[in-house]
Design a protein around this ligand. Structure first.
Ligand code: SF4
Length: 429
């Protein structure tokens, strides 16, 4: 057995009749939750076509590797995963962000069966059909209405759009995934309803730029439950808030209309949680990054948000060692963090990404300095986190249970997203 664990967590919680000869597909899903949703869509289509999912390399007739090409380190991991799948199974189909450069993959691994780019679901399905024919069985093709999911049953990612209209200088996502393309609001809400009916207790709203949802559609309306709903993040969030499950927002740019969402968090309609990738605090560095640069105003807004919704948890990510970042600019970032007192912080050391504009900026920062700045930023954040955690002592909090291991319950509070934030450990007895 060569389990695919660690890369995928396959959940098939639906009544099914498996033909003993049903061909089996393994999937290695790398990268962010957006890529995970792509993997889920591919598996759902394959399941409808009569394939089974294998959790091991040697149980699979063919293996799909859904790659991530966001950073060069992610590319290396993707190459390693393709090599491992070839080594352990031999019949490999490559898709995802790295599939945009098929030659680069074929140069290293000429034996891969097919290569396709991100969200080219049909091409992947066709490649699987060519590799191993589906077993058609009228009892078998029972796909759960909510589709197949690689997350545990009680939470699911809900992708509301593809692509991005920004052009951050360190990022090649718009090049890989194209411009913003939002899904119709009724389709998103119907998918969310199906998830809730199937037992999902927490929906994580994702996209590259959640706050921009619907801009490409000029915020056109659709009917849902007999009412017109605009394809606008504020309206979408209001409608999702009616579903009576935890709704968590990820990848939210702090556009002015985000202020309208905070009162809904205070009312308990959606989780008081905002994942905003600020990336830096120095206006010059932000300009070099080609991102909006008014972090002083953002600090005021954070204070105002917390006045409206004191339980608000803010998560963010930052990049240290961006080309040209001076010691003063880095100190400015630390000072900003101390004032903002964000609840959850992730930090990346800048690295070049093939094809990104930032590669051509002058004054690259030495690796040693990047490491040192990363340590200092994380130390500052640890100090902030400790202070914030201390303030929670004595409070009673609602927790969602992710797992029970012997006499230990592992859960999360409303301020903890799965995989990236903290957990709550409860010992019974
Ligand atoms: S907002 Fe910037 S970093 Fe995020 S996907 Fe768009 S271009 Fe990339």
């Amino acid at each position: 057995m060569n389990p695919l664990v660690g890369k995928t967590r396959v959940r098939l919680g639906w009544f099914k009749i498996i033909a003993p000869t049903a061909p089996k597909v393994g999937i290695v899903s790398l990268g962010c939750p957006k890529a995970l949703v792509d993997s889920e869509r591919i598996l759902t289509k394959l399941y409808a076509d009569g394939y089974e999912v294998s959790g091991t390399y040697d149980g699979a007739d063919v293996v799909i590797v859904n790659t991530c090409g966001f950073l060069n380190s992610a590319k290396r991991e993707s190459f390693d995963a393709i090599g491992e799948a070839l080594d352990k199974n031999g019949r490999v189909i490559v898709t995802g962000c790295m599939g945009n450069d098929a030659n680069a993959i074929r140069d290293v691994y000429p034996s891969v069966l097919a290569v396709s780019g991100p969200h080219q679901y049909e091409a992947v399905v066709e490649a699987v059909h060519s590799a191993v024919l589906p077993e058609v069985n009228s009892f078998q093709n029972l796909v759960p209405p909510e589709g197949l999911h690689l997350t545990p049953r009680h939470y699911a990612y809900l992708k509301i759009s593809e692509g991005c209209n920004h052009r951050c200088s360190f990022c090649i996502i718009p090049h890989l995934r194209g411009k913003l393309a939002s899904r119709p609001v009724d389709k998103i809400l119907e998918e969310a309803e199906r998830l809730v009916v199937a037992g999902t207790k927490e929906i994580l709203v994702i996209s590259q730029d959640t706050g921009a949802y619907g801009v490409d559609m000029k915020h056109a309306s659709n009917l849902w439950r007999g009412e017109e709903v605009r394809s606008h993040i504020v309206d979408l969030v209001s409608a999702l808030g009616e579903l009576d499950v935890w709704i968590r927002l990820h990848y939210v740019y702090p556009y002015p209309h985000i202020d309208e969402i905070i009162p809904k968090m205070a009312e308990g309609r959606i989780l008081p949680y905002l994942d905003i990738p600020f990336q830096h605090a120095s206006s010059r560095v932000l300009k070099l990054m080609r991102r909006p640069a008014n972090q002083g105003r953002v600090l005021e807004r954070i204070k105002a948000w917390r006045n409206i919704c004191p339980d608000l948890t803010i998560r963010s990510t930052f990049i240290v060692g961006f080309p040209g970042e001076t010691e003063d600019e880095f100190s400015e970032l630390l000072g900003w963090l101390e004032e903002a007192e964000l609840d959850r912080v992730g930090c990346f050391k800048y690295e070049d990404v093939d094809g990104a504009e930032a590669n051509f900026l002058s004054l690259p920062v030495d690796q040693e300095i990047k490491e040192e700045r990363w340590e200092r930023l994380m130390k500052t954040q640890r100090w902030i986190s400790r202070k914030k955690m201390k303030a929670k002592i004595g409070q009673t909090m609602e927790v969602i249970v992710d797992d029970v291991i012997d006499d230990t319950i592992i859960g999360r509070t409303k301020g903890d997203a799965p995989e990236i934030d903290g957990t709550v450990t409860i010992k019974s007895g």
